[in-house]
Design a protein around this ligand. Structure first.
Ligand code: PLP
Length: 409
């Protein structure tokens, strides 16, 4: 396949010296600028939940662009109010409920906001010493300095220190370490129900129970980073419920506005009661165009039958992966939930560099996939992908694996 590559683009070198140029999307396919078609099992890193070329969403955005494109947070707008109301009305996982939504522009910004709320909550309760923020190994919470402080991977952080003081990274899933670390000075604990970038490690029931109980005991805010797992990706509106987490704050972003930049932090009454004018703000967050589109996305994804369909297709994807592994006598671990799935193949040469090679070479076979953690191949297809395309995607993935198993053997 002749690919449309741009060499040395006028983009920061952090994105690479050579990039594939994408031109358009249609359904669950992407097309590059020389017309090659790719089945997309990456969704723009778990963003394009409803696929591409949606006339319904494009029409809403265009209409809203003409009516009112921006008003600032000095005012409310109807689309913003409508979306926030839908979000606070949604059934919260094991929790008394949410009262307000802070809109932002990215996942990192949502997590920054949650960090600030955790410290502000303590501050307003006259506990200025209560500043500790706990996060976990394998976590990815974003690249801005605050969110980066919560992100575990040292390679992402090293050149940028000193980062935010008061942040500690604990082992993921270790109830004892968490119990030892928790005290009255902890303002917040942030966790992903399933670690999106860290290898799709899932919070265990025991760990969730400990997180719920210890945060409650010490009046620390439990923050669920559902930037990747939320909005139906794992087969329910929030993955927190799947694993038994009862978060105080939920952070959402990626799929929220059908590919437009929008994030949200869901806020419970006990936190909202302590917020005051001027505490936090953002210029573009929750603008009328993004929220109008997000409101329509919410109406599609939050319907129980849509979520049940994601679970059904997630089960199909899991069994397709298991079948292919079995047919080849390969030992592999299938991770994740719903339509966020990963496989980790055991033994040489199935290491990290090999996974990166598979991600690259899959493109030559017309397939977009992702990598997560050190050595896990990640599939995050649009939630609307049908069974036939899931089958095609898994077949293309294993075709790529077979080709590369031969060349590396
Ligand atoms: N949190 C999680 C779980 C993520 O997966 C990501 C991005 O991949 C982020 C936060 C950061 O989001 P953004 O890149 O929109 O800042």
């Amino acid at each position: 396949m002749k690919q449309a590559m741009v060499k040395h683009p006028p983009l920061p070198r952090q994105y690479g010296e050579e990039l594939l140029v994408m031109e358009r999307g249609e359904g669950c396919h992407l097309f590059d600028c020389v017309g090659n078609r790719y089945l997309d099992m990456g969704s723009g890193i778990a963003v394009n939940a409803l696929g591409y070329g949606r006339e319904d969403l494009a029409e809403i955005a265009a209409k809203q662009m003409k009516r009112l494109v921006h008003a600032s947070n000095l005012f409310a707008t109807e689309p913003q109010l409508e979306l926030a109301q839908k979000m606070v009305n949604s059934p919260a996982p094991g929790h008394a409920g949410f009262e307000a939504v802070h809109f932002g522009n990215s996942g990192a910004e949502a997590n920054e906001t949650a960090m600030k709320y955790a410290r502000l909550y303590a501050w307003r309760k006259n506990k200025p010493h209560k500043i500790r923020l706990l996060a976990f190994e394998g976590a990815f919470h974003g690249r801005t300095l605050g969110a980066l402080s919560l992100t575990a991977n040292p390679a992402y952080k090293k050149p940028f220190g000193p980062l935010v003081p008061g942040v500690e990274i604990l082992p993921f899933g270790d109830v004892e370490a968490l119990t030892t670390a928790m005290d009255q000075d902890v303002a917040g604990v942030i966790v992903e129900p399933i670690q999106g970038e860290g290898g799709l490690n899932m919070v265990s029931r025991d760990f969730a129970r400990a997180l719920n109980a210890l945060c409650q005991e010490h009046d620390a805010l439990l923050i669920a980073d559902e930037v990747q797992t939320g909005m139906g990706r794992c087969g329910s509106l929030f993955a927190s419920g799947l694993v038994g987490l009862e978060p105080d704050l939920i952070c959402l972003a990626k799929p929220l506005a059908g590919g437009l930049p929008l994030s949200a932090v869901l806020i419970p009454p006990k936190v909202n009661a302590l917020l005051a004018p001027g505490d936090h703000a953002t210029t573009f967050g929750g603008g009328p165009v993004t929220t109008a589109v997000a409101s329509a996305v919410w109406d599609i994804i939050s319907v129980p039958s849509f979520l049940a369909e994601v679970r059904r297709k997630g089960d199909i994807l899991e069994s397709l992966l298991a079948q292919e592994l079995e047919q080849r006598g390969l030992e592999g671990e299938i991770r994740g939930a719903g339509l966020l799935r990963g496989i980790r193949l055991k033994g040489t040469p199935f290491d990290g560099p090999w996974c990166s090679k598979i991600v690259q070479e899959a493109r030559n076979n017309g397939l977009i996939i992702l990598k997560t953690g050190a050595d896990v191949l990640r599939l995050a297809p649009p939630l609307v992908m049908d069974e036939a395309s899931l089958k095609e995607g898994v077949a293309l993935l294993f075709q790529t694996i077979d080709q590369n198993a031969k060349t590396t053997a």
